[in-house]
Write a protein that binds this ligand. Structure first.
Ligand SMILES: *[C@@H]1O[C@H](CO)[C@@H](O)[C@H](O)[C@H]1NC(C)=O
Ligand SMILES: *[C@@H]1O[C@H](CO)[C@@H](O)[C@H](O)[C@H]1NC(C)=O
Ligand SMILES: *[C@@H]1O[C@H](CO)[C@@H](O)[C@H](O)[C@H]1NC(C)=O
Ligand SMILES: *[C@@H]1O[C@H](CO)[C@@H](O)[C@H](O)[C@H]1NC(C)=O
Length: 401
């Protein structure tokens, strides 16, 4: 009995110390975030244990969790909501019920989830898209692309592009009463990376008659070639998305090759031929001084492994790698970054690169913001910072779309 109790005590102490979370003091709603971070960390810890026991893969477990959170297309007094397909890609369309004499603005929203998880059906995204449609009196389209690890690059990107291309046809825009000159592409996290890539493509591909008026990128993930930016170092044990987990998930988008994960953790995953691309993610020139702080830039180690799968050097997964002549074609852009976020520097560097070529950029930085805050806008766990981000995003859209 005493021995069992001792074991249990030891186990609990180990578990508690493993889960100990220290948060920055300026985090808003401190205890709520501690609870959230503890749940996330416990879940990840248990998920990894279960994976090691060979019961179920971590990513399958998380997918199940995301599916529990899915909603039906329910219309309300303001908005008609329906699920349909654009070119075989599932979409959820939100149409305001108010009478309108003129064609409406439209927002295409690409959800986040590290290329592996999530759906427009998730309560957080459904609530955001419904809110957008109602507040802006605009048509909103949520896009569900196929996910990793079942599907690899460029399937996720191609699905988003196909849905956008379908929507941008004259007869489809007319069917939904959309003004072709007032269309926005938005997304968050990996979805913002997809949104940025799709926008680059639409603006430069002569096959698209209608172009995008504006793009909104919320804590975007915009490159995979450098995994040791200052924000990666600062947020190694980040609240929602620690570095190891981010790398594990993004590598599932690229490949089944498990050796890649280790290489990316050591930032030794890029081949020699990629040397010329590092100028586009050179944080020693592209990050404002405030975020460079005491970090010392070191050249990446290239050619250690010579992985060669598609995507590694592709602007469709790393929109930050697009050259300046391509970036010049981009529409006015909203970028929101959060301080406590592993992908913070991707967003900050895109701000610099776009500004350097004269693209009009509005940048909001949330000093005490955390990654994925927008996903915590529905009970039981809703964060004030999520609502604030939503309101900043909506007010920019309202002024610029
Ligand atoms: C409908 O719109 C009104 C005015 O914006 C708002 O007060 C109300 O809460 C909305 N209804 C729903 C179900 O969102
Ligand atoms: C990055 O910028 C620094 C100057 O701040 C320069 O010394 C270095 O060569 C650059 N590296 C690459 C890969 O562009
Ligand atoms: C990778 O390729 C470079 C040349 O591009 C070569 O020097 C290096 O030895 C290769 N590394 C491995 C691990 O094969
Ligand atoms: C910039 O990139 C585009 C597309 O990747 C390419 O077609 C073009 O030739 C490049 N321009 C320059 C100046 O390198």
């Amino acid at each position: 009995m005493g021995f069992k109790a001792l074991c249990l005590g030891l186990f609990c102490a180990l578990f508690a110390s493993h889960l100990y979370i220290s948060l920055p003091d300026d985090i808003e709603e401190y205890w709520k975030v501690v609870a959230l971070a503890t749940i996330a960390k416990t879940f990840t810890f248990m998920g990894m244990c279960i994976e090691r026991m060979g019961i179920i893969k971590y990513e399958e477990l998380v997918s199940m969790l995301f599916r529990l959170d899915e909603t039906q297309p329910v219309s309300d007094e303001n908005v008609t909501v329906m699920d349909t397909e654009f070119s075989g890609v599932p979409v959820r369309v939100y149409l305001p019920k108010r009478k309108s004499d003129a064609p409406r603005r439209a927002v295409i929203y690409i959800h986040g989830g590290a290329f592996c998880f999530g759906s427009f059906k998730n309560a957080g995204f459904d609530s955001l898209n419904r809110w957008t449609a109602n507040k802006l009196d605009s048509v909103v389209v949520g896009v569900d692309y196929r996910l990793a690890p079942q599907h690899h690059f460029p399937v996720q990107f191609e699905d988003c592009l196909a849905a956008v291309k379908f929507f941008l046809q004259d007869e489809i825009l007319a069917k939904y009463g959309v003004d072709p000159t007032r269309i926005c592409i938005s997304g968050d996290s990996s979805g913002a990376g997809l949104a940025a890539g799709v926008t680059q493509q639409v603006q430069t591909d002569t096959g698209f008659k209608h172009k995008i008026k504006i793009q909104a990128l919320l804590y975007p993930s915009l490159q995979i070639i450098d995994s040791y930016l200052p924000s990666h170092q600062e947020n190694e044990h980040g609240i929602i998305l620690p570095r190891d987990l981010a790398i594990k998930l993004v590598s599932l988008y690229l490949t089944k090759d498990e050796t890649f994960v280790e290489a990316m953790r050591r930032n030794e995953h890029m081949p020699q031929e990629s040397r010329h691309l590092f100028q586009f993610v050179n944080w020693s020139t592209l990050l404002p001084e405030k975020y460079r702080k005491g970090y010392v830039y070191t050249e990446p180690i290239l050619g250690k492994h010579n992985f060669s799968f598609p995507g590694l050097m592709d602007i469709r997964i790393s929109p930050l790698l697009a050259n300046d002549s391509l970036l010049q074609n981009l529409p006015p852009t909203y970028i929101l970054t959060c301080q406590y976020d592993i992908v913070r520097d991707d967003g900050l560097m895109y701000v610099s690169r776009l500004q350097n070529v004269g693209v009009q950029v509005t940048h909001d930085h949330i000093e005490n913001g955390i990654h994925a805050a927008l996903s915590f806008m529905t009970p039981p766990l809703y964060l004030h910072v999520g609502l604030r981000i939503r309101d900043m995003y909506i007010s920019w859209l309202d002024k610029n779309l």
